[in-house]
Design a protein around this ligand. Structure first.
Ligand code: ADP
Ligand code: MG
Ligand code: ZN
Length: 602
């Protein structure tokens, strides 16, 4: 908005200069020739002939030509020849009017062409280049407008999202509703003497609805809502980010009361380190942000919301009270939350009557809101693909598997022998699971390959929500994970590469038992590993001596080993059932938990 006047001024100046130069060029070059009659070329000899015959009225001698007008008003131009007798010849006649004309440009013209024109051309070219560059690179264009923030301003309901679009996340909604209320009726709070919170930080794993929550606040708040992403502050030139922060806050101050939302704030809010070679630009931007947040008068009514999935990487100065006073967690949804999210998104698609959302929610433990939204959409796509006009339960169930394991690879060719191994492998998992009391029930077993690379899998679904894992459950899970490989060994006397994913999961679990859960024989309640960014995959790093690390490896190995032995024992005790179930699966390719239990109990 503010950049228009500057730009216009520059444009006007350029246009003015260009006009001036064109006018002068017109005056100097074209105008003198306009009134003159058309000239004919002639030889010098013709000129002399005409002079001698007395037909010439007027002669103009320039540096390179001789222009002459004959009695019949025709003007000729002849190339001038070095002729010392010319003047004498012309004056002899007495009737001829003759003069010399200089074609040398005047000093003014020289000045204009040598100095002004090149400068004007350069200014024009410069403008064109930067305009097109700016368009292509975005950043440079902004840089040339000297640090204007490009925050989008939403006024009420322009995002089209409200709190009704956000399911689950009740605590987060509660906290945000209070902030919205604060902005609507500040008197209520001022009467008691409460200060407006300056900022709130939304933290949580990706896809849990942080951006969605902020949009819902924008939809609910009847105040202007500025939205900008942290990465938009990162600029080509040092100092630009800081200038943008300043601009953003001065705009916000004008519009107060209002809300400023900075998404992915970790891009600018990372911890400053003592490193001399540190990123100057980022630090300046962060410093500016800190200064601006301090500079705000709490009563003015500017609330800053920010979202991040890496809260541990944020600078402590940013997190202290008075800046982001509040931390609003947006965690992965629980069972009820998942069901609610499924229902919110299912409103947008046509459903057949008997949909059991609870069953889908139970099968998707650990899924984020974004994944659940995706499951509903996949189900709708599948319904269309199958020529149905409404989504049914099977669509939803299949799309859960699509999101977990990818699409079915219908035309993958797998030999009979390999199919057999896969069937025994999967039944191995299922049987070990079913034979232990601390294990979740088997929901589905399939040997249809998936695009994720899985050749088959066994789905276990807990009855209710689980928040804790006991040591017994962890050991039962380990035995189940090793059950696939155990079946291969027991029946085919070999092992295959198909167990790689099981091995990975088993190792991870056993390791966590030793290093983080204190569930091993050797170590007591020791934190041998620390988890860094817990919302993004949870990388962990060892916090112990190399000797201890070696003992951890031994301990992990022995835990997995005994789980493996237990699985082999369970399977060899039930080898008839293993054969029966594996052949049934080989035949059907996909069986449900009920079918499985029926055969097992028969
Ligand atoms: P992030 O936390 O990574 O910012 P988003 O807010 O961008 O996640 O969420 C992505 C999408 O996931 C949303 O547009 C919405 O469709 C869906 N979603 C996530 N959480 C929820 C929720 N609690 N209720 C409804 N939809 C949700
Ligand atoms: Mg987001
Ligand atoms: Zn397996």
């Amino acid at each position: 908005m503010n950049e228009k006047p500057d730009n216009n001024k520059q444009k006007n100046l350029g246009a003015l200069l260009l006009g001036l130069v064109l006018l002068l060029a017109f005056n100097a070059l074209i105008l003198p020739n306009l009134g003159a009659p058309a000239m004919k070329d002639a030889d010098y000899s013709y000129f002399l002939e005409q002079v001698d015959e007395g037909n010439v009225q007027k002669v103009e001698i320039t540096d390179s030509t001789v222009n002459f007008t004959t009695d019949d008003e025709q003007v000729y131009s002849a190339v001038r020849i070095d002729d010392p007798d010319l003047v004498e010849r012309l004056s002899k006649d007495g009737n001829i009017e003759f003069s010399g004309v200089s074609t040398q440009p005047s000093t003014l013209q020289t000045f204009l062409f040598a100095w002004v024109l090149p400068i004007v051309i350069m200014v024009i070219v410069w403008n064109i280049i930067f305009k097109s560059l700016g368009k292509r690179m975005g950043g440079l264009g902004n840089a040339m407008s000297f640090g204007k923030s490009n925050a989008k301003i939403y006024v009420k309901a322009q995002t089209g999202k409200t709190f009704d679009d956000v399911a689950g996340q009740d605590e987060a909604k509660e906290a945000l509703k209070e902030i919205v209320d604060f902005l609507h009726t500040p008197e209520k709070y001022a009467e008691i003497g409460a200060d407006l919170p300056k900022g709130a930080l939304l933290v949580g794993p990706p896809g849990t609805g942080k951006t969605l929550l902020a949009q819902a606040v924008a939809g609910e708040a009847e105040v202007p809502f500025f939205s900008i992403s942290g990465s938009e502050f990162v600029e080509m030139f040092v100092g630009m980010g800081a200038a943008k922060v300043r601009d953003l806050f001065s705009q916000a101050a004008e519009k107060a009361p209002c809300i400023v939302f900075i998404d992915e704030i970790d891009t600018i809010g990372k911890k400053r380190d003592g490193n001399i070679s540190g990123n100057d630009e980022r630090e300046q931007t962060l410093n500016q942000l800190l200064t601006e947040m301090d500079g705000f008068d709490g009563k003015k009514g500017v609330v800053i919301l920010a979202a991040t999935n890496r809260p541990e990487s944020l600078d402590p100065a940013l997190l202290r009270p008075g800046r982001f006073d509040r931390r609003i967690p947006a965690e992965l949804p629980d069972l009820a939350g998942r069901e609610a999210i499924l229902r919110v998104h299912a409103k947008k698609v046509r459903l057949s009557e008997d949909i059991d959302f609870n069953a889908i929610a139970r099968a998707t433990a650990g899924a984020s809101g974004a994944e659940l939204a995706n499951i509903v959409n996949e189900a709708a796509l599948r319904a269309v693909r199958n020529g149905r006009s409404a989504v049914d339960q099977s669509d939803l169930e299949e799309s859960v598997e699509v999101v977990i394991a990818g699409y079915q690879r219908k035309n993958a060719v797998i030999s009979r022998k390999e199919k057999e191994i896969i069937a025994y492998h999967e039944i191995g998992h299922a049987l070990v699971a079913a034979m232990q009391k601390d294990s979740a029930p088997v929901h589905k077993i399939t040997i249809i390959p998936r695009t994720s690379g899985a050749l088959g899998y066994t789905m276990q679904v807990d009855e209710g929500e689980k928040f804790l894992m006991t040591k017994e459950e962890a050991l039962a899970k380990l035995a189940t994970l090793t059950g696939g490989r155990s079946a291969e060994e027991l029946i085919f006397n070999t092992c295959t590469s198909g167990a790689s994913n099981d091995i990975e999961q088993a190792t991870k679990l056993a390791r966590a038992m030793v290093t983080r859960y204190g569930m091993s024989e050797t170590f007591d309640m020791l934190a041998l590993e620390t988890v860094s960014n817990k919302y993004l995959g949870g990388d962990s790093s060892l916090a112990c001596s190399p000797e201890t690390a070696a003992r951890i490896d031994d301990e992990v190995n022995s835990i997995v080993k005994s789980a493996h032995a237990k699985a082999v024992k369970i399977l060899s005790d039930n080898i008839e059932k293993l054969h029966e179930l594996a052949h049934y699966l080989l035949d059907k390719e996909t069986i449900t938990g009920e079918e499985f239990m029926a055969i097992l109990n028969s």
